[in-house]
Design a protein. Structure first.
Length: 485
């Protein structure tokens, strides 16, 4: 199934219990308006930040929701669903509101990322699809961002297609990788779908199909003189591969061509890249680029950069598209308010595990900036928004409470600006937002990363970013905890 096909319909991509609960609500005429929050509980990869991704494909899927006759026939065959409920599904359409953080935004645990206002049957049906898309793409965008940040400005070519988790896993991983900061992809279909640069070199089989490396390189350069990168480690990188590549690059240089290079795909990349650079420079080929690959991740790249390995571009595949090191994002979807009469009543999930308790009520996230950096986030009730905006305009102190300990709070003064993160994406079942191009999100993501202090981007023991709550939200949470204790 291609998530990016124009006619894709994902109404059936749900867990069975979503449909059985829906039928229960329908059967008992539980016509209840509710609010659900999507958030995640912990940073992936033991990191200090996360990058939000997956919104556009999610919204397109929601707006295209419909149960076909074939879908209804299958559901009928399960002998679980009554005829009147199947008829209800036949006419199903999402008619609620969705608010969300924008793609490419830096996000943190327990913040409301997506807020769904809808009838409980509509809101319930979105859960599995929403979590599937957002959890995966956010995870991959975050992994990519860590890899890109470790590279310190060198390009990252993503080529994880053959190791990705299925066809859609490959396409969605490339999309998320673009948001996270890759410079190109080897995935041709993704390049077409997302209008993004594609790149590639050659495989060992190309070299091995010729009598020797020199012939293989000559033939390839004849076909692609303006974009030639020679894979030099098929037999012996330093003694055979690089010398053969140098001979061909000399010919390219004489033709006035300046773009060429070598790729190392095995061995000690630190040592080999340094030796290769010496050979290339000695041969007068200072323009020649060195590209490396071979099970790279952010830690290996960080090590190579710190050791001053003369590498120009990193090819990262398996460990990027499979989110090596952390298999899933801890994203959840929880009911936080229900409508009674004309008002919404806050709801809370109480648990013996404190980390599983939810923040009740309809909320937004206020981001606080100073000197071009983000310095803290404040989770606030939507009803507090106007007062907070007025206080921010006057530069009044903002009081931030610890999300778990009501006796701990700090005052922030001297901040430069604030913004609320959640935007209205769908209003009464209709799109109310213009999606930026993926290239624009790619650039926005890079800008957002520059606004994050370097201590939060450390691979080892990153500084914990402050996510706080308002006094009003803290008091509401405490009162509900006491009520249900």
């Amino acid at each position: 199934m291609n998530l990016y096909s124009k006619d894709v319909n994902l109404a059936m991509l749900t867990d069975l219990y979503e449909l059985t609960m829906m039928q229960g609500y329908h059967y008992y005429k539980k016509d209840l308006d509710v609010v659900f929050d999507m958030f995640f509980r912990r940073q992936p990869f033991n990191g200090g930040y996360t990058i939000f991704a997956g919104l556009e494909p999610l919204i397109k899927a929601v707006l295209n929701f419909k149960f076909t006759d074939d879908d209804l026939s299958y559901l009928k065959s399960l002998k679980l669903f009554k005829p009147d409920f199947l008829q209800f599904l036949k006419n199903f359409k999402f008619t609620g509101d969705i608010y969300s953080v924008e793609e490419g935004e830096v996000i943190f645990p327990n913040e409301t990322l997506i807020r769904v206002h809808a009838n409980i049957m509509e809101a319930q049906l979105l859960e599995s699809l929403l979590l599937n898309i957002i959890n995966f793409q956010t995870l991959i965008a975050t992994k990519t961002s860590r890899v890109v940040d470790a590279s310190k400005g060198r390009g990252i070519m993503e080529f994880g297609l053959r190791r990705a988790q299925g066809i859609d896993g490959a396409i969605s991983a490339t999309r998320a990788g673009i948001i996270g900061g890759i410079s190109s992809t080897s995935n041709v279909l993704a390049g077409k779908l997302f209008d993004f640069p594609v790149a590639g070199t050659m495989a060992h089989s190309w070299i091995m199909s010729f009598e020797n490396e020199l012939e293989a390189f000559q033939k390839y350069a004849k076909l692609y003189p303006e974009s030639t990168v020679f894979l030099v480690d098929t037999y012996n990188s330093l003694d055979k591969g690089i010398p053969a590549a140098i001979k061909v690059m000399h010919k390219l240089k004489k033709q006035g061509i300046k773009q060429y290079g070598i790729r190392l795909d095995s061995g000690d990349l630190d040592y080999l890249s340094k030796q290769a650079r010496k050979k290339l420079d000695k041969a007068g080929l200072k323009n020649a680029k060195i590209i490396v690959s071979n099970e790279l991740n952010e830690d290996i790249i960080d090590h190579l950069i710190k050791n001053r390995a003369p590498i120009d571009l990193f090819g990262v595949g398996t460990r990027l598209v499979t989110a090596h090191g952390d298999p899933s994002l801890s994203g959840v979807y929880k009911l936080v308010a229900r409508k009674e009469g004309s008002h919404y009543i806050p709801s809370i999930k109480v648990s013996n595990n404190p980390e599983k308790m939810t923040n009740p009520g309809i909320k937004n996230v206020l981001r606080i900036y100073n000197d071009g950096l983000i310095i803290g986030d404040l989770i606030a009730l939507e009803s507090e928004r106007k007062n907070l905006e007025q206080s921010a305009r006057k530069k009044d102190p903002l009081v931030l409470y610890h999300p778990e300990y009501d006796h701990k709070c700090i005052k922030i003064t001297g901040y430069s600006k604030v913004k609320f993160l959640l935007k209205n994406i769908i209003k009464k079942g209709e799109l109310n937002y213009k999606f930026p191009s993926l290239k624009k999100i790619h650039l926005t993501g890079k800008k957002n990363m520059k606004e994050l202090h370097y201590t939060h981007k450390r691979l080892l023991n990153p500084h914990i970013y402050k996510v706080s709550v308002t006094k009003k939200l803290m008091d509401l949470k405490m009162s509900l905890m006491e009520k249900y204790d």
